[in-house]
Write a protein that binds this ligand. Structure first.
Ligand code: ARE
Ligand code: CA
Length: 476
């Protein structure tokens, strides 16, 4: 594929939520690698609780977030062999695998048998690596054994229990060593990064200690990429965690998704450091697997406007972008986390079958025509600065990315007939955020930007004289 040859793989991440390892591997080969996406974030790979579900025998997605052990040999998404094959297949396509690392806690109340067959109780996880050599017992949890009650009390938020999940004593060197062993085992398999789940609930200096000597990533080299899930507030700011890796910019998520939902985007050429997070420190996203259920400002259910926001995220240099890729969970939206067994309308089978983007249950936001070409745009534009070129009312915005790219966003219901200056070299360019060809002549571009759509042109996306533009691209 010419696109891959032209651009290589960059920083854009796709979260293939709940996809099986086999399906992720196929997507790396068929789509993510060739399109220049740099990484895929996968669901937590460790052994998890098995929660009986409503009729139909299905299980809720959130059982993944209750570790029983650090074995990866049997989760809802596949075997250890399939996991390792996925990591190497993705690397062959230049795509890094990022793991969702659940390190703050283990299971909730009760007891049972985990997905790989390990017996567990809330404060008893006797066999962490499947070799009988290490376990957690009550002394490895705490110091608080109650649920977080006062969210304005930093000590409670970090040491008590998030939704009743047994909170690990991450001050304890033995606990740190077990977590580090889990992460390093993954790195040794080729895992190149981690989303640290519930990082806000682990004291920041403990995160620093746990991550301090992670192994070098095979194939790609360097330390694993880290992004920490922190929903910052006055009690615990995002910036508490910046010494240890990137941090999820929920303030960006709320602002950008809200503005695209409201058609209020003309001021977005230059973005603030959301929550105090610099461009280099922020992980950005339009929605994630929690927000799309609990606070759904803008999701795939909103159609074109959602994809427009995602294209904007990929076109604008602020932060490291994560594209959400979902399964259709119907009308199942709640105001807060669901209680056990309370999620109706999540049909059996959806979250364990291999994903296939021709199957409507897997939404595959990352393959949408407004999104699919935008990793290549991001790769082509690199760190070049944003130069605003046009606005029209509150809902329309166009900017250059240095002399590497030009993009226009139209969050209104009518076509935007736009003529603007651009530093992009004269020539004919494929629209990376839609279809068709646009011409830059005498330093100006004219475009009909569709209602609730975008155009995005970049160097390397130039139409070859002989080739039909709209299919492939000419790397020359
Ligand atoms: C489930 C049941 C619970 C039950 C528990 C234990 O739903 O009723 O008590 O199990 O038996 C996911 C689900 C949870 C689920 C959990 C474990 O969302 O419903 O609990 O898995 O199976 C806070 C945290 C943030 C967290 C969000 C959800 O700070 O870290 O809450 N997000 C991550 C993941 C989740 C995951 C977990 C953490 C746990 O992304 O998917 O939970 O591993 C304000 C605060 C925020 C707070 C937010 C909650 O904004 O500032 O800090 O986020 O409200 O909306
Ligand atoms: Ca904790």
């Amino acid at each position: 594929d010419a696109t891959a040859a032209a651009t290589g793989n960059g920083e854009a991440v796709v979260h293939l939520f709940q996809w099986t390892w086999d399906a992720v591997a196929n997507e790396c080969t068929d789509f993510l690698g060739p399109r220049g996406f740099g990484a895929v974030k996968v669901s937590p790979p460790q052994e998890h609780v098995v929660i009986p579900y409503a009729e139909g025998g299905n299980h809720p997605w959130w059982q993944d977030y209750q570790p029983v052990s650090y074995r990866i040999d049997n989760t809802r998404r596949g075997t250890a062999e399939e996991f390792e094959a996925m990591v190497s297949t993705c690397a062959d396509s230049g795509v890094k695998v990022y793991v969702d690392a659940v390190i703050n806690h283990m299971t909730g109340d009760g007891s049972g048998t985990g997905s790989a067959g390990t017996e567990w109780a809330k404060y008893d996880h006797p066999d962490l690596f499947g070799d009988g050599g290490a376990g957690y017992d009550r002394a490895d949890f705490g110091p608080c054994y109650e649920e977080i009650a006062d969210w304005n009390d930093k000590w409670e938020v970090q040491n008590c229990q998030l939704v009743g999940l047994a909170d690990l004593d991450t001050a304890d060197p033995r606990v740190r060593a077990q977590i580090r062993r889990y992460l390093n085992d993954l790195v040794d398999m080729g895992v190149a990064g981690f989303r640290v789940d519930a990082a806000k609930h682990v004291p920041e200096e403990h995160i620093g200690a746990i991550l301090s000597d992670l192994h070098e990533v095979p194939v790609f080299g360097g330390r694993p990429e880290i992004y920490q899930e922190v929903i910052g507030d006055q009690t615990i700011p995002y910036t508490a965690y910046t010494p240890y890796g990137d941090v999820t910019a929920f303030d960006y998520q709320r602002d950008i998704s809200g503005r695209f939902a409201n058609g209020d985007i003309s001021g977005l050429a230059h973005l603030p450091d959301y929550g105090g997070l610099s461009d280099e420190q922020a992980t950005v996203f339009i929605d994630n697997h929690d927000s799309q259920r609990y606070h759904p400002t803008l999701t795939f259910k909103d159609g074109d406007r959602y994809y427009l926001a995602t294209a904007f995220m990929l076109a604008h240099p602020y932060g490291t972008p994560v594209v959400m890729s979902s399964y259709d969970f119907g009308d199942n939206v709640t105001e807060g986390p669901p209680s056990t067994g309370s999620e109706p309308g999540n049909p059996a089978g959806w979250i364990t079958e291999d994903a296939d983007c021709s199957d409507s249950e897997w939404v595959c936001e990352h393959r949408h025509p407004a999104v699919a070409g935008m990793a290549a745009f991001r790769n082509a534009t690199g760190d070049t600065p944003v130069v605003q070129r046009a606005t029209d009312g509150a809902s329309r915005l166009a900017f250059d990315r240095g002399d590497r790219g030009f993009a226009a966003f139209n969050a209104s219901g009518g076509t935007w007939n736009l003529t603007a200056d651009t530093a992009l070299p004269d020539g004919s360019y494929e629209n990376a955020a839609g279809s068709g060809t646009l011409t830059v002549a005498d330093g100006r571009v004219s475009a009909r930007v569709p209602a609730n759509g975008a155009v995005a042109l970049h160097v390397g996306g130039t139409c070859d004289d002989s080739a039909e533009c709209g299919g492939g691209t000419d790397p020359g």
